[in-house]
Design a protein around this ligand. Structure first.
Ligand code: ADP
Ligand code: MG
Length: 377
């Protein structure tokens, strides 16, 4: 597919004004584009970088159309926009990403069905529409399994780990509020992710394989290159190639993977947008995941290959990490600190991140872990 090439001076409209929108805007501005952001929070991180700001809910059709009128291209920083509304916008405005990826991926059930259709390896799952369906999960998957809401979950929100019959009531309570899926809980050896950008004429560019560690289901750190055997990267690319035959992507997206104790790779989920585990690319690669996203949606050629300039460690800075470490930022020139500019600090809210480039990953990792040691769980 081929779409409009946008000259510098054109305007990019972004739905969502969080940290992903902010870092997209910063890449766009470097290339000479103007940025308009729509977000319900007037104090969102993008307030510092947008040329214009539309303060409205994500489902406010009139405001979305206003964004369309003012922009030469529209993109989004998160997947929980109404697919129907996006479809209407796609028919009127330049939205190279389309609505299909959002439609399939904002619902964990259709996401898993699409992955099955693509022949990707995923953890066994069952659909949960009513509380009785939990019996099917117990019979077919067995304990332990995780119940996840179909819509709207992130950073482990909307998930219950069911280890035994004593957790069933909690799962039932979640299921009474929302439809869910149940998924086998895997004994993970490692988590990895692959960030990819697709541009004009279906040009595809892969970032290096990323190794991720979560704490309380929130990304804690990313190490690149991932410390896995070399073939895992090719295996992950192969899974991505299967996925893109079934989902129309333009721009940057990330596939999250699990590796179990028997070294098997499973696709966990797909984020149709720049991703937290790709933030290291701002300093560590010759193009960041945000740069390639902007190049893609403005119809420009992508770099054929992304060069990792130096191995890197990215650590998220949650509110509790900022409390612990902010006084030390001035002592560590090697920490590339990013602060998103969120006005209210909460213990588990992502407030920023830091990236360190190093030729000695293990030593650097240990030094960082020592710094983060006092963090409350
Ligand atoms: P989110 O949308 O919150 O990122 P995920 O499904 O990726 O949701 O879950 C968050 C984290 O929880 C994962 O990165 C992983 O650490 C853990 N997790 C989720 N599902 C499983 C599973 N089936 N087995 C083991 N760990 C899991
Ligand atoms: Mg995830």
């Amino acid at each position: 597919m081929n779409f409009n090439k946008l000259k510098f001076g054109s305007t990019i409209g972004i739905i969502g004004g969080g940290q992903l929108g902010k870092m997209m805007a910063q890449s766009a501005q470097k290339m000479g584009y103007k940025v308009i952001v729509l977000d319900p929070d007037p104090a969102c991180p993008c307030q510092y970088v947008a040329h214009e700001f539309i303060n409205a809910e994500y489902d406010n059709q009139e405001s979305l159309e206003q964004l369309g009128e003012l922009s030469d291209v529209i993109t989004y920083e998160f997947e929980n926009i109404s697919a129907d509304q996006l479809k209407t916008l796609v028919s009127k405005y330049n939205i190279p990403q389309g609505y299909q990826a959002i439609q399939l991926l904002q619902d964990r059930l259709t996401e898993k069905q699409t992955l099955q259709k693509a022949n990707c390896k995923i953890a066994p799952f069952v659909q949960l529409s009513k509380t009785d369906d939990l019996n099917i999960a117990i019979e077919t998957i067995g304990y332990p399994f995780i119940v996840k809401t179909r819509f709207g979950g992130y950073d482990g929100k909307g998930q219950i780990l069911v280890n035994s019959a004593s957790d069933i009531d909690e799962a039932k309570a979640l299921l009474e509020k929302q439809e869910c899926v149940a998924e086998q809980y895997l004994q993970l050896e490692k988590e990895v992710s692959l960030t990819v950008t697709i541009g004009n004429d279906n040009q595809i560019t892969y970032f290096p394989l990323q190794e991720n560690e979560h704490q309380n289901q929130i990304l804690f750190k990313t190490i690149v290159p991932a410390r896995t055997e070399h073939e895992k990267e090719a295996e992950a690319r192969n899974e991505v190639d299967k996925i893109i035959k079934n989902i129309h992507f333009v721009g940057t997206f990330t596939v999250e993977f699990f590796i179990d104790g028997e070294n098997r790779l499973y696709v966990n989920e797909i984020a149709p947008r720049p991703h937290n585990s790709g933030h290291y690319s701002i300093e560590a690669c010759d193009f960041s995941q945000f740069d390639t996203h902007i190049l893609a949606i403005t119809g420009q050629k992508l770099p054929e290959q992304i060069e990792l300039l130096k191995p890197a460690i990215m650590m998220n800075l949650l509110g509790k990490d900022l409390d612990l470490l902010e006084d030390q930022f001035s002592e560590h020139a090697e920490w590339h600190v990013h602060i998103y500019g969120k006005t209210s600090r909460k213990p588990n809210r992502k407030m920023g991140h830091l990236t360190v480039l190093t030729t000695d990953i293990d030593k650097c990792e240990q030094a960082l872990l020592d710094k983060f040691e006092g963090r409350s769980q």
